[in-house]
Design a protein around this ligand. Structure first.
Ligand code: GLY
Length: 370
């Protein structure tokens, strides 16, 4: 069985390992024990989908390693990523008398990682946590890099903290239970990483897209590992998205978030909406940055091969611009895009309303909206 270890090295912070391999739950807690020799309690935070699948295996691992664990389960879904669920986690941590030597274990997808991570960042002003991602999206992106958050009614991820985990265990065996929609969703973020990272990653993914879509084990392992190496490098340079580097991870997200919002959250998966945003941003690259049309064609072909076809939703330009302006990634009322010039080469640009209206108009007309 293949196995990979990637080290996330941050300036002035402890480094941590990301282990990518199938079958990690049995010895997961032994690894955590090596990192946290004094820890006595483990709070396993998970959702109602993941708990029945892996909750017992993870709890037993922590029992065997002498952690006296407990499981806190919340209803699966983005709708749970709110202050009420967070309050539930805080109360459980307090009720179970988790002290500063305790550890939070985030077992699940992006929602679980975000919310359990934020609970760990804030409870007792911060205790250690471990990410145990169970979805492709969480393995390739959200479990690494320390972004944690909850949603407000006013928008997604509006309250959160940067809090790095002490360890990330991506058990690829848990990917077997993902449905096709969830799989394609993760593939969207993999395609994003590949185009932004380098010609080599983009080329490799283009050649192996069919194998990734059909979940070939070796290809999946390599795709996750490449994404984690890419993300580790980005986060090492710009942990808190202040130096203009981490922003590259928002490629496809400017239009993608607007599509998710306007079509109704959950209609298109996050990764599929991001893929649509990548198609749009690449076309901006041709129009505004002199990117070659071949890049657009190659990216379209890659997204098609990953089962992320161009979506059939659209809206008029001003509606989309309003949705973009309400996104938290907007700065000073300006709409920002990560625009590729070629695989591995990108810029961040504020795109003014007139230019944006013209391109969004063309995008909407391509989908039959006049
Ligand atoms: N998922 C984007 C980031 O971690 O910055």
């Amino acid at each position: 069985m293949s196995s990979a270890r990637v080290v996330v090295n941050l300036p002035n912070k402890p480094s941590y390992d990301v282990r990518i391999a199938p079958g990690q739950y049995a010895d997961l807690a032994d690894r955590v024990r090596e990192l946290l020799p004094k820890a006595s309690r483990a709070a396993i935070i998970t959702d109602s989908n993941v708990n029945p699948l892996y909750g017992d295996a993870v709890r037993e691992s922590f029992e065997r390693a002498g952690f006296d664990p407990f499981i806190f389960e919340f209803p699966a879904g983005e709708a749970s990523k709110n202050s009420q669920s967070l309050m539930g986690i805080w109360s459980a941590l307090a009720g179970q008398k988790i002290d500063r030597d305790g550890v939070v274990v985030a077992l699940g997808g992006g929602v679980t990682g975000d919310m359990a991570g934020f609970a760990a960042a804030t409870f007792l002003r911060g205790i250690a946590y471990v990410q145990v991602p169970t979805t492709l999206l969480a393995m390739v992106d959200s479990s690494v890099g320390g972004k944690t958050a909850i949603d407000l009614d006013e928008g997604k991820n509006l309250v959160g903290a940067f809090k790095q985990p002490v360890y990330v265990a991506a058990d690829t065996a848990s990917l077997a239970t993902l449905d096709d929609r969830e799989w394609a969703c993760g593939c969207g973020e993999i395609a994003k990483s590949a185009l932004i990272d380098s010609p080599d990653f983009f080329e490799w993914l283009s050649q192996n897209a069919g194998l990734l879509a059909s979940r070939d084990e070796k290809t999946v392992q390599e795709a996750i590992t490449r994404c984690v190496v890419f993300k580790a490098n980005v986060v090492a340079e710009d942990e808190e998205e202040r130096a203009g580097v981490r922003e590259c991870l928002n490629y496809g997200h400017t239009l993608g978030h607007a599509v998710e919002k306007l079509s109704g959250f959950g209609v298109y998966s996050h990764g599929h909406a991001v893929a649509e945003g990548m198609r749009f941003a690449a076309r901006l690259g041709v129009a505004l940055e002199g990117a070659p049309l071949d890049m657009v064609r190659a990216q379209d072909a890659l997204l098609d091969a990953l089962n992320l076809p161009a979506i059939d939703f659209s809206a008029d330009a001003d509606t989309v611009i309003d949705a973009m302006l309400s996104d938290k990634k907007t700065r000073g009322g300006k709409i920002r895009f990560v625009i590729p010039k070629a695989p591995g080469s990108w810029v961040v640009r504020e795109v003014g309303p007139d230019v944006l209206r013209e391109h969004l108009g063309a995008w909407a007309r391509s989908k039959g909206v006049r």
